[in-house]
Design a binder for this molecule. Structure first.
Ligand SMILES: [Mn+2]
Length: 258
């Protein structure tokens, strides 16, 4: 049996990753991160992710534009964008959003100098090429044993990733587990989900009363040769019994509790 811990949308929230570690320990064969790690806190986040003592397989998302595509985060951490990684019988391969692909960055700066109006057309062509590369990798790995990870949910997978049984993604902060024509799509949802609260029953709340509690979620995936994939969403589900939720305003600088 292969056990995978899949998460996404960390948004620089190092504390959320520490909480995850405290909840889950070192019980997994691999961690899968579907992007939006956060450019500012990436080193600290990967430091905690490495402490799970298993391979950390990741792609970037729209929060990760200032991270270098080939930046190293330690031996255990692998950027799986167009670079498959084998875990037991499975092969995990990623697709980082194309804006971060170093090839595209190079191409875009060339076109910007020559003729910026050309960008959409060239980008379309580039995306098609990238899909073809992913498609070729999946063919080589064996589609039936491949998990494809991206930040945004991929489309047209029946045409260019036929036979791939399992897709993981994030970005939309809502767990989802749906199957379409034999392909299963799991939104692993957001690890970072800060809720603003104030002590329960206060008559008059001032700014200094506000606190943040993280109610993040993630997914535990197990795979067995005979039974295939099973998906279990898990949620921090913190204790709100001493707190009232504050709706309509959000102070990101409030102190985090829990
Ligand atoms: Mn995102």
């Amino acid at each position: 049996m292969t056990r995978l811990l899949a998460l996404s949308d960390i948004h620089n929230n190092v504390n959320a990753v520490r909480q995850l570690k405290a909840r889950e320990g070192n019980n997994y064969d691999a961690m899968i991160v579907a992007g939006d790690i956060g450019s500012d806190a990436a080193s600290e986040i990967f430091e905690v992710l490495r402490s799970f003592e298993c391979p950390v397989l990741y792609v970037f998302g729209n929060w990760d534009h200032s991270l270098k595509y080939d930046r190293a985060f330690g031996d255990r951490c692998h950027h799986v964008h167009l670079a498959p990684f084998r875990i037991g019988e499975l092969s995990i391969v990623g697709e980082t959003i194309d804006g971060i692909d170093p090839e595209w960055e190079l191409l875009r700066s060339e076109i910007e100098t020559e003729d910026p109006t050309n960008i959409p057309a060239v980008k379309k062509e580039f995306s098609a090429r990238q899909r073809a590369k992913l498609s070729a990798i999946v063919e080589t790995e064996g589609p039936e044993r491949t998990i494809v990870v991206s930040h945004y949910r991929l489309t047209k997978t029946q045409s260019f990733l036929k036979g791939v049984p399992f897709f993981l993604f994030g970005h939309i902060h809502r767990f989802e587990d749906s199957t379409s024509r034999g392909q299963r799509f799991v939104n692993v949802s957001a690890l970072d989900n800060k809720v603003m609260v104030a002590p329960r029953g206060l008559k008059r709340i001032t700014r200094s009363d506000y606190r943040l509690i993280n109610d993040g979620s993630y997914v535990v995936i197990t795979h067995e040769r005979d039974t295939g994939f099973s998906v279990e969403p898990r949620r921090f589900d913190p204790d709100f019994s001493n707190w009232d939720r504050v709706e309509g305003i959000f102070h990101s600088a409030a102190t985090e509790v829990g």
